[in-house]
Design a binder for this molecule. Structure first.
Ligand SMILES: [Zn+2]
Length: 80
């Protein structure tokens, strides 16, 4: 029985760790406060609050795209 075909025995049980890390750049919607007190949203809308910031008004999500709201307050630059 010398003609026994050579059988390549693999290791078997191949385990591929597929770490799918979805690092979506825009998982949140950024609201940037303007000098006029309006909020420009990342999804291209403008929202005007009568008072306070979105989080002050208990807004956790963007009311336009539904993503998590991330507010960026307007920083007044002062020359000293
Ligand atoms: Zn949005």
């Amino acid at each position: 029985m010398s003609d026994y075909p050579h059988v390549h025995i693999g290791t078997g049980g191949e385990s591929e760790e597929l770490k799918v890390s979805k690092t979506t750049a825009a998982e949140y919607c950024r609201w940037v406060e303007t000098e006029d007190g309006q909020w420009e949203t990342l999804c291209g809308n403008v929202f005007e609050l009568s008072e306070g910031s979105p989080t002050d008004n208990d807004m956790a999500f963007c009311c336009y795209c539904g993503r998590t709201l991330k507010e960026v307050r307007f920083v007044e630059k002062r020359d000293e």
